[in-house]
Design a protein around this ligand. Structure first.
Ligand code: GGG
Length: 351
């Protein structure tokens, strides 16, 4: 019997539409070659819908996604809609409602990539970002509007369960890698949540034989990742810190355009979501020059998650081979358009 997967595709805004199109074409080509079927359910949930209805997704959007095998997202954000609306109206509810508490963001130095930090010969880092709590919180507000004493308060919420499960996932991953886990912290300045983070991470990692955790202040870690990226392999970080560090690591490796991410519900009780790390890039939207590598890498992670390991490897090999042959978009100092790069990847899938 043919293996069939129902995938909800949410292209979103800006370059999200261009890169999702490329990823879907490649997944379809792989499906044919590897004997499975993908039924895409295209969801036009984006800033246009918000302009028309005041919502980024329908009221029953989460319910509509709940019986699928996975979610594939492009990017969200557009200049005339506040960024917190696009994020809290679509991306964050999906992560939270489906308890996608791990945001896995791997990065490697891809051969052929021009634009990585000079002098770097090796880089292989996975950021495990806690994905459903922490600094991303709706608790707080603005007070004293119109007075000299106006102020804003933003609360962070870290739960023992939330920190422990992220730390456990990261420690298990570190055990498969080099046994060293770096925990990003700021417990010298952030005096309630970060010492709690440090304590729970340390206690959790103790339960995983062969793994040693090193807590590093986020500012020092940022410098280390730029100056000596080979010294770090696996990082566990809070929601905000993980978001920032993974962009930094992608920049060190050449471009944020190559960075993938998987929003995982590791227990598989709910669908997981796969997306490139980059945003909608309104400055280049519609120009046909967006880099689809991050989207393709995210699609490869989705195929791996679905159990289509060979198709996943084939996709990774194809986009890496195209880069190694010098075909790249302008963010990587190449001259290929999105469509030209996509055609090169597709031709390598069929080789
Ligand atoms: N690729 C999805 C996207 O649009 N990401 C932009 C963004 O700002 N994401 C914030 C986050 O991952 O928390």
């Amino acid at each position: 019997m043919t293996r069939t997967y129902v995938i909800d595709s949410i292209p979103g805004d800006g370059i999200g539409v261009d890169v999702t199109d490329v990823a879907m074409q490649c997944v379809d080509a792989l499906a044919e070659r590897h004997g499975f079927t993908v039924q895409w359910r295209i969801r036009d949930w984006n800033s246009d819908l918000y302009r028309k209805t005041g919502r980024m997704m329908p009221v029953d959007g989460i319910e509509q996604l709940s019986d699928g095998d996975g979610i594939y997202l492009g990017a969200v954000g557009t200049p005339d809609v506040p960024d917190d609306v696009t994020l809290w109206g679509l991306l964050i509810p999906i992560r939270r409602e489906f308890d996608q508490y791990i945001n896995l963001r791997p990065m490697r130095l891809l051969s052929g990539v021009v634009g990585a930090m000079p002098g770097i010969e090796e880089l292989d880092i996975v950021v495990v970002r806690e994905n459903v709590e922490g600094e991303y919180s709706q608790i707080g507000g603005r007070f004293g509007s119109g007075t000299d004493g106006e102020f804003a308060v933003q609360e962070s919420v870290f739960t023992r369960k939330g920190v422990a499960r992220a730390a456990r996932y990261a420690a298990d991953l570190a055990a498969e890698r080099d046994g060293r886990l770096v925990s990003a912290t700021k417990s010298n300045g952030i005096i309630h949540t970060m010492p709690f983070w440090d304590e729970v991470v340390a206690e959790t990692v103790k339960e995983v034989p062969g793994v040693v955790v090193d807590k590093v202040l986020i500012d020092a870690l940022a410098a280390r990742l730029v100056m000596k990226p080979t010294s770090v392999r696996t990082i566990v970080a809070s929601n905000l810190f993980g978001d920032i560090l993974s962009d930094l690591v992608a920049g060190v490796a050449g471009s944020i355009g190559i960075a993938p991410s998987a929003n995982l519900n590791p227990e598989r009780r709910y669908p997981s979501m796969f997306e490139p790390v980059h945003g909608s890039a309104p400055d280049i939207a519609g120009k046909g020059i967006a880099n689809p590598v991050g989207a393709l890498w995210a699609a490869a992670m989705m195929l791996d998650h679905l159990g289509e390991k060979d198709a996943s490897k084939s996709l990774t090999s194809a986009f890496e081979a195209a880069l190694a042959d010098g075909i790249a978009t302008s963010d990587l100092k190449g001259s290929a358009t999105t469509a030209e790069y996509a055609a090169e990847v597709l031709s390598r899938l069929k080789e």
